[in-house]
Design a protein around this ligand. Structure first.
Ligand code: ATP
Ligand code: MG
Length: 437
């Protein structure tokens, strides 16, 4: 560095550490007088009794006081506890050494072990790639699930929502996708889910083999709201790191609804007005900020799967509606199918892949349209057929649909352990449902 540069650098340095003091704690927020800081900055709060500082983030200002939210549960903060500004937002460490690890929302290994050497710091919050520099999605991705590969073909770098009511099979589909994934790296974010499910997912669904190319980020439902937000951001940042290295990454987030709920908790705590279903405006500002970060970039791709819980199977609920508008496709899981034991319970007619047209050839497209046509004809008359009110011979189209229905079911249903490559699925689809000429 040149002497002049060094001099100007020294000139701008602040030799004093900035401290503030805790004045009060209101519900989930901690208020302090000072330090000088800005929204999003990381702070350390020093409780008198504890030897380690509590990590917190600036979430707002009120009457000249700083509003902070802790990243961990805290009990020993008292009036007068010192607050120190870190001068920067939270960063986590990413690198190849992270593969095979389970980390928390701040990037630390969950088992308390040390992170390997050679990782580089990355900010948890980043801007999405420039939309004009984003390559289009042109390459199909084999996901191993017939109903998806055949009728809702997805591409590398596509962002997909998985929508369903509770217990219809969102997590199960994610685990199938992870096991069958062709990606170089899987980044799996378990946000706001039950603690019990974390171990199930890692040991049963992912297994040792799956773990070898995965990074798992965990922020369970019992953790503070801010930590659940960070979990989603950290997982996205780690996926971005691998994308920047030119790799094809699969990012799986279970669930975006819990992320939105965490942001609602923060919004309400700092005094935002509630809108539909109590969600605050910042929730709807945060969703695109999170979801636009995945997808293609000049270097590589992040194919992303986000699960969305829909209350009472109502797809127009505000979070589902907002997410659906941002993503490039969605799978709708249907409780009626699950109740019948039809798994995966994907309602093909209500699901869509917005880029499928660009990814498949004519024979594939035609066979898929044919299958959809039979299925929709059958579904429209299903009630009549079930109560015996439909008389065979009344409509040629319905007769055909009834006849082919078992074949459609066999194609759409699939055991969780079964995997079928896209090329094979396409062949089966064209053979069984193609025009055949
Ligand atoms: N493909 C499948 N094959 C067989 N059973 C399934 C399948 N998918 C889901 N199930 C059954 O449904 C149950 C709930 O599935 P899962 O946990 O994946 O749902 P979820 O939508 O993630 O639920 P939640 O909203 O509670 O997170 C499973 O325990 C299993 O019994
Ligand atoms: Mg689940």
């Amino acid at each position: 560095m040149k002497a002049a540069d060094l001099a100007s650098e020294i000139h701008t340095l602040n030799p004093y550490k900035q401290y503030g003091k805790v004045t009060r704690v209101v519900g989930l927020t901690i208020e302090s007088k000072g330090p000088r800081t800005s929204v999003g900055e990381l702070c350390f709060i020093y409780p008198e009794a504890a030897d380690k500082p509590v990590l917190a983030e600036v979430v707002g200002f009120k009457d000249k006081h700083v509003q902070l939210m802790p990243l961990r549960h805290t009990v020993d903060i008292s009036p007068g506890s010192l607050v120190e500004g870190a001068g920067k937002p939270l960063q986590v460490k990413a690198g190849t050494g992270l593969i095979g690890k389970v980390i928390d929302g701040t990037g630390r290994p969950l088992d308390g072990s040390k992170l390997p050497d050679g990782l580089v710091p990355v900010p948890t919050e980043a801007e999405p790639p420039n939309p004009l520099l984003r390559p289009r999605i042109t390459e199909a991705l084999s996901l191993g699930i017939r109903a998806v590969d055949g009728l809702l073909t997805m591409g590398k770098g596509q962002r997909i929502g998985i929508f369903a009511g509770s217990g219809v099979g969102k997590s199960t589909i994610l685990s199938m996708l992870t096991r069958h994934s062709e990606a170089d790296v899987n980044v799996i974010a378990l946000i706001g889910e039950r603690g019990r499910e974390v171990k199930d997912f890692i040991e049963r669904d992912l297994g040792e083999e799956g773990m070898k190319k995965s990074v798992v980020v965990v922020a369970t439902s019992d953790q503070p709201a801010l930590m659940r937000i960070k979990g989603a951001m950290t997982a996205t940042a780690v996926a971005e790191y691998f994308r920047d290295q030119g790799r094809n990454v699969n990012l799986m987030m279970d669930s975006v609804t819990r992320f939105a709920m965490a942001q609602r908790e923060i919004g309400l705590a700092v005094g935002e007005p509630p809108t539909t279903k109590g969600y605050t405006p910042s929730v709807f500002a945060m969703l695109p900020k999170l979801l636009e970060r995945s997808g293609t970039s000049e270097n590589g791709t992040i194919t992303a799967f986000y699960t969305v819980l829909v209350d009472g199977d109502d797809l127009n609920e505000p979070i589902a509606d907002a997410v659906r508008g941002i993503l490039d496709g969605h799978l709708v899981l249907d409780r009626k199918l699950a109740d019948k034991g039809h798994y995966p319970a994907i309602n093909v007619l209500r699901s869509i892949s917005r880029v499928m047209e660009d990814l498949v050839d004519k024979s594939h497209r035609e066979a898929a349209a044919n299958l959809r046509h039979y299925l929709s004809t059958y579904t429209e008359s299903e009630d009549l057929i079930n109560i015996g009110a439909y008389k065979k011979g009344s409509s040629k189209e319905i007769d055909e649909a009834v006849q082919i229905k078992p074949k459609i079911n066999a194609f759409l249903q699939q055991d969780t352990s079964e995997m079928q490559a896209l090329s094979e699925t396409k062949k089966q689809l064209v053979d069984e449902f193609g025009k055949g000429e």
